[in-house]
Design a protein. Structure first.
Length: 228
């Protein structure tokens, strides 16, 4: 039997905690953490502010729980789609797609609020991506950390600029239609290399001398050298 019987205090506490977390994610995604009060969240979840504080202590502590849940849930969905083969399971993507869109909206708000929590979330996203890449795509790069940081920065930047991306596409990327169009473009982007391998090899060779303690400079190209 999953969970517990109605009337079981432990079971009711668990469901209340989940309702509070889910309500907070919805409101934080819509209004941001500063624009959402404890009372707003409690009302949305159908509980008292006192019960919210009982479970989470403060709005900031609740936000940390929401951050961790959002990241873990998205990673699990992606693993189910890619590695469990559920991308070909009828009904699976439609069932999780509203959650994907909501969590992307939540993460965008969280990353833009300028708090230490936002910085910690970005670092967590980079660490999770680094672990994922090293486990599932170990040959894609020799520098997992740099790859993960750039990957998260690109993804986050696209979401942070959702108004501009949406305007260019003519549809809000936080709607089902818009997100699916964006996801299709991302699939094309990641499945087709944009640079010729030969060019990449030459570019890496050209960058290598710059790693030296005293990298060479091109004679006559230093603007500060004129008139010296």
């Amino acid at each position: 039997m999953v969970g517990g019987p109605i009337g079981d205090p432990a079971f009711e506490d668990l469901t209340a905690r989940a309702r509070i977390r889910d309500a907070a994610i919805r409101l934080f995604a819509e209004r941001g953490i500063d624009g959402t009060t404890v009372r707003d969240i409690a009302q949305e979840a159908g509980v008292s502010p006192g019960l919210l504080r009982h479970h989470f202590g403060s709005k900031e502590a609740l936000r940390e729980v929401c951050d961790a849940y959002a990241l873990d849930r998205l990673v699990k969905i992606k693993e189910d789609l890619v590695f469990e083969g559920k991308v070909a399971t009828p009904g699976f993507l439609p069932s999780v797609h509203p959650t994907i869109v909501l969590l992307y909206r939540y993460l965008t708000r969280a990353l833009l609020d300028g708090s230490s929590g936002a910085a910690a979330m970005f670092d967590d996203m980079v660490t999770l991506s680094e672990q994922w890449i090293s486990k599932h795509a170990p040959t894609v790069t020799e520098d997992y950390r740099a790859y993960a940081a750039v990957f998260v920065g690109m993804q986050s930047g696209m979401l942070a600029m959702h108004e501009h991306v949406s305007r260019a596409l003519g549809v809000d990327i936080f709607t089902t239609e818009g997100h699916l169009r964006m996801a299709g473009a991302l699939a094309d982007f990641y499945s087709h290399p944009l640079l010729d391998p030969g060019f990449v090899t030459k570019a890496r060779a050209a960058m290598e001398p710059l790693r030296a303690p005293n990298p060479p400079t091109a004679t006559g190209t230093d603007p500060g050298a004129e008139g010296a």
